[in-house]
Write a protein of this length. Structure first.
Length: 149
């Protein structure tokens, strides 16, 4: 079952459970998935890898919005946004810890033979592909800089 199909099934379950927060989040996810499927060049398909990237983007946007609400003293809106982010994150794989990311990056550095910060692009390219969906780019970048410095 694809992620798109799973979200569709969960929308029905949320309707039956009368869970308004989950329903709103799931409908938003499905809307973005449909937009991605019907985008030019998508051939009416949505791979799970692309769906994961969309979910990560939605979760990041939700966290950013919640931070903005908190800075504007609107805790009620921040709580609602974080509740939706929790639903979105339930579809994402568990993120890697910094120690796990560091171990993976060390392995990639040994594979590429990179020895200086000048070769960071080569390491980042491989690391981004291997750790896609499991770690965010900023964390990977920080660890690569630290290890190559």
């Amino acid at each position: 079952m694809t992620l798109f199909e799973q979200v569709s099934k969960d929308i029905v379950a949320a309707m039956k459970a009368k869970d308004k927060t989950a329903l709103e989040a799931l409908r938003n996810i499905k809307k973005v998935f449909i937009e991605a499927k019907t985008a030019p060049g998508a051939n009416d398909t949505l791979e799970d890898a692309a769906a994961m990237k969309i979910l990560q983007k939605l979760a990041k946007q939700g966290h950013d919005a919640a931070d903005l609400y908190v800075s504007q003293n609107r805790q009620d809106l921040a709580d609602a946004e974080l509740a939706q982010v929790k639903v979105i994150e339930s579809y994402l794989p568990q993120p890697m810890t910094e120690a796990e990311i560091e171990a993976a990056v060390k392995e990639i550095i040994s594979q590429t033979g990179a020895g200086s910060i000048k070769e960071m692009g080569k390491v980042m390219g491989m690391a981004s592909k291997q750790l896609a969906g499991k770690a965010d780019g900023k964390t990977i970048s920080d660890i690569v800089k630290k290890l190559l410095a």
